[in-house]
Design a protein around this ligand. Structure first.
Ligand code: ZN
Length: 289
């Protein structure tokens, strides 16, 4: 898979081949099965569990989404998926081998297979682990989270052809108002008595020096997230076009301990005609190139 990523990354077109079946499939359960093999943990926590053999709504969604993700990214090899993980399990994760989805607690979080951007986010972690292998703590960990969000939002925006929605995971929040993250407006994804307030900063001056969350990996990712969204807003470029291609190329220049400024410099090197906007976008979150 790593080799395929490198190959597709050579082109700025970034594997964008919109097929008409996909356009029609937007916002519905997608009936085209993608390249993923899906197992069910049958509400237990042993992974992978059993191969899904009968009609399973969650598995069908994951298969359809894998088709969309592979179409946009030009990647046909997928880690296997696991649905119905645990009981009331309110999360999704990539464990190094499997993309794993819980059904949610039914109170705050709904089923995690409902969100295309979350699935694409978890797939993004697989790409990061095969590519730069960013350590999952502190700033490199926050960048790992950021790169997964870039993959997530690009697939979502490409599928919906909507460049204005920068929210991640809004489909799984039962209140219908919140999202898990907001890439353009970090810190504004949610604010409720149950969830508290979104702690994400959108500028290096607010970088959270914390111990929990592996040193704030899901918190400080707001900073590069905002730079990516700002770049798209400033240039009018769709996330899934040149910005995504730029970020995928930049990923190849990173290593396990890379920091935000290394990514900023790498995106600048791979930015083609967008250099001034790239510098500006990173500058607005406090990272100078
Ligand atoms: Zn993540």
């Amino acid at each position: 898979m790593a080799k395929k990523v490198a190959e597709t990354d050579r082109s700025f077109a970034s594997g964008i081949r919109v097929d008409s079946k996909l356009r029609a499939a937007r916002e519905r359960v997608i009936e085209v099965a993608g390249p993923i093999t899906v197992y069910t943990a049958s509400n237990k926590t042993a992974i992978p569990g059993a191969l899904v053999t009968e009609d399973d709504e969650d598995a069908n969604r994951v298969k359809g989404y894998s088709h969309l993700i592979s179409q946009l990214l030009g990647i046909n090899e997928f880690p296997d998926g696991v649905v119905h993980y645990g009981e009331g399990y309110a999360n999704a994760f990539f464990n190094g081998n499997y993309l794993v989805f819980g059904e949610g607690d039914g109170e705050v979080f709904g089923n995690f297979t409902l969100s295309l951007d979350i699935m694409a986010h978890e797939f993004g972690h697989a790409l990061v682990s095969l590519g730069p292998g960013l350590l999952y703590s502190g700033e490199s960990g926050a960048m790992n989270e950021h790169l997964a969000d870039v993959i997530g939002i690009s697939v979502q925006q490409w599928t919906s052809q909507d460049q204005t929605d920068w929210r991640i995971g809004e489909e799984i929040l039962i209140d219908g108002a919140s999202a898990v993250r907001d890439m353009l407006h970090p810190g504004q994804a949610y604010d409720s008595p149950v969830l508290g307030k979104d702690p994400q900063p959108g500028h290096m001056e607010q970088y959270a020096k914390v111990r929990h969350d592996n040193g704030g990996v899901h918190i400080n990712s707001g900073i590069p997230n905002r730079a990516f969204a700002l770049l798209c807003e400033k240039t009018g470029e769709p996330s899934w076009g040149r910005p995504l291609a730029m970020w995928r190329r930049a990923m190849q220049d990173l290593g396990p301990r890379s920091r935000f400024r290394d990514l900023a410099a790498a995106t600048w090197r791979h930015s083609g005609g967008l250099n001034p906007a790239v510098r500006e976008a990173w500058g607005e979150v406090g990272i100078s190139i």
